[in-house]
Design a protein around this ligand. Structure first.
Ligand SMILES: CC(C)(COP(=O)(O)OP(=O)(O)OC[C@H]1O[C@@H](n2cnc3c(N)ncnc32)[C@H](O)[C@@H]1O)[C@@H](O)C(=O)NCCC(=O)NCCS
Ligand SMILES: Nc1ncnc2c1ncn2[C@@H]1O[C@H](COP(=O)(O)OP(=O)(O)OP(=O)(O)O)[C@@H](O)[C@H]1O
Length: 205
């Protein structure tokens, strides 16, 4: 494998369908790396972010077995902007370092990094060869997240409110996947993009 991977940044609002799109790309053979999974590993028992989080927020946000108490942290992070920024200052540098490491080690014709907060991050344009946005109406995002995660509507709206808007994401997109339809429609679009990413990765390697 060449040292520079062709890197697709895959983003979209909460519940837009990033994981569904990424799972399809992985099935097709892309090397998929998911920053939400990295964030979860950092906050599992013994994870590198646990002690800094305990120091910043106290034992109220750590469970008896030493993991991040995700509900307690969610309630805090999405009602108190200062707390959210403090949490991000702890977790984001570690996510960046670990995702860079996984990209370097990735095997496959090209790599996909799934990042919920991609366009919120610094110098994102230099990092990615293509930016792919999974898009659907806010009401669809809310309905899907309420079904999947059993969160109250107010909390889903509060999370969406601190993320960049659909319009901001679409303006930054090289490629857009419209996920307002069924999964078959999502997969058909993702399959076409995969063929284009393969061709583009081959052309630059
Ligand atoms: C607040 C936490 C504990 C809530 O945990 P929970 O299990 O409910 O959610 P999970 O981590 O699976 O994230 C689900 C979705 O929430 C949204 N989200 C998460 N963190 C943030 C954030 N800081 N700002 C905006 N949206 C966010 C994203 O759309 C993400 O896909 C957790 O999200 C967290 O540790 N967030 C800080 C790290 C971060 O910024 N992660 C997202 C980018 S990698
Ligand atoms: N086209 C679709 N039709 C029906 N359900 C869908 C569709 N796309 C995704 N879903 C479902 O909606 C939920 C959200 O999708 P997914 O987990 O892929 O979103 P996400 O963008 O990764 O979310 P998050 O930001 O919370 O990680 C999941 O339960 C998924 O199975």
């Amino acid at each position: 494998m060449n040292s520079h991977h062709f890197l697709v940044g895959l983003t979209g609002g909460i519940g837009s369908g990033k994981s569904a799109a990424a799972d399809r790309l992985a099935e097709l053979g892309a090397a998929v790396i998911d920053t939400d999974l990295i964030a979860h590993a950092l906050t599992a028992p013994g994870g590198a972010a646990i002690e800094p989080i305990r120091e910043a927020f106290g034992n109220d946000v750590i469970t008896a077995d030493g993991a991040l108490d995700r509900k307690a942290m969610r309630d805090l992070a999405f009602s108190d902007p200062q707390a959210r920024r403090q949490l991000e200052a702890i977790i984001h540098p570690a996510i960046r370092a670990e995702s860079d490491r996984q990209i370097r080690e990735a095997c496959g014709p090209y790599a996909v990094l799934v990042v919920p907060l991609l366009i919120e991050s610094n110098s994102y344009r230099e990092r990615y060869d293509r930016i792919c946005v999974v898009d659907c109406p806010v009401d669809v995002q809310i309905a899907r997240v309420m079904t999947r995660s059993h969160l109250p509507e107010d909390q889903v709206r509060a999370i969406i409110a601190v993320q960049s808007s659909r319009e901001e994401k679409l303006a930054a997109a090289d490629d857009v996947v419209d996920n307002s339809g069924d999964l078959a429609s999502l997969y058909a679009q993702v399959d076409r993009l995969h063929a284009r990413y393969l061709a583009a990765a081959g052309a630059t390697s």
